[in-house]
Design a protein around this ligand. Structure first.
Ligand code: TYM
Length: 333
């Protein structure tokens, strides 16, 4: 059955291996399936929920498009556009924010993490962030949303908002309730410096992540410095429970090779980390270095990137405009 795929990535710089293995790699596979209609959005409205430098933001928007293309998304097959270029997203977010409940948003763990101790100082946008995300998804009647594990709660909220709108206005199935597509085994890639923390763009130490623009030497160096433990590699999945760094590195290795944890465990059981790290660096460099080179090449082709965004804008505008128009009728405007 054909799927309507929607997903978004924030243009906040430092796209990393977690974004790739948790989400973008999956986008590419979905894009390659001829039956799917895919939309991939550079979610710049989400990015400004925390302060951004305008020049850097503009550059990061292009870099996100370049990353999509360098990873293998075909802009002729999938729609790629920036969220801010299509006004339906801001408007849809407002309309849906009158349906979403404060109590629902108060439960969002990502807001709690990002706002930190001083919630009073967080932007209202950061709080209502998941409502904008719901608008993104629902405007296109999306059926499936590929994301990393950290977005699961936001997708549940999106389903709640869709159902509440349908119930409140008695419009059965007007909004489809989308399914999350979260990879089973490797949906959460952890920091190279601390296996209990998510790999993230905002982590201060660059050594905590492999950026998608890192070259071979940098990748090898970061893996060399990645945190490990003193034991040799384990012989079973069970033994990994208390060894987050070993689990993460083996997970990265398995995911890159489209393999399984059990296979990787049997390949390296009893061996020491230096031997495993050498192999991991090799695989990482082989897979990621061409992507890094392609991103850098595409960043010199600004017109090409801007044309992708313009073409995507036209297509996304048309679809979302009709959905907003129907929302107006339903609401009574
Ligand atoms: P963002 O930009 O933080 O991340 C983009 C995608 O990368 C995934 N991801 C990870 N996966 C595994 N391990 C990690 N360490 C890791 N870090 C990030 C995220 O789960 C995400 O899939 N709110 C979204 C963007 C968004 C969106 C949407 C997504 C806006 N509207 C509509 C889907 C549908 C976000 O902040 O992603």
């Amino acid at each position: 059955m054909s799927k309507k795929i929607f997903s978004g990535v924030q243009p906040t710089g430092n796209l990393h291996l977690g974004n790739y293995l948790g989400a973008i790699k999956n986008f590419v596979e979905l894009n390659n399936d001829l039956e799917n209609d895919c939309i991939f959005c550079v979610v710049d409205l989400h990015a400004i929920t925390v302060k951004q430098d305008p020049k850097e933001l503009k550059n990061n928007i292009r870099e996100t498009v370049a990353t999509f293309v360098a990873c293998g998304i075909n802009p002729k097959k999938s729609i790629i556009f920036s969220q801010s270029s299509v006004p339906a997203h801001s408007e849809g977010a407002w309309l849906l924010s009158c349906v979403a409940r404060m109590g629902w948003l108060n439960r969002m763990t990502q807001f709690k993490e990002k706002a930190g101790k001083d919630k009073e100082k967080a932007s209202i946008g950061l709080f209502s962030y998941p409502v904008l995300m719901a608008a993104d998804i629902l405007l296109y009647d999306s059926t499936h949303v590929p994301v990393g594990e950290d977005q699961k709660q936001h997708l549940e909220l999106c389903r709640d908002i869709a159902q509440r709108f349908n119930n409140e206005y008695k419009v059965d199935n007007f909004f489809k309730t989308p399914e999350p597509l979260i990879q089973k085994e490797f949906s959460r890639i952890m920091s190279l410096k601390d296996g209990t923390k998510k790999m993230s763009k905002s982590e201060l130490s660059d050594l905590s992540r492999i950026n998608l623009t890192d070259d071979k030497d940098l990748i090898v160096n970061k893996i060399k410095k990645a945190k490990t433990d003193p034991l040799p590699l384990p012989s079973s999945l069970d033994e990994l429970r208390e060894r987050p760094e070993a689990k993460n590195l083996l997970g990265i290795y398995s995911s890159l090779l489209n393999s399984t944890m059990s296979k990787s465990i049997s390949e390296f059981e009893g061996k020491n980390f230096s031997e495993f790290k050498e192999k991991l660096s090799e695989v990482l460099a082989e897979k990621m270095d061409p992507i890094s080179k392609e991103i850098k090449k595409l960043m010199n082709e600004k017109r090409f990137l801007d044309e992708i965004l313009l073409d995507g804008y036209k297509k996304a505008y048309e679809i979302s405009f009709l959905k907003i128009k129907k929302m107006h009728e339903i609401i009574g405007f």
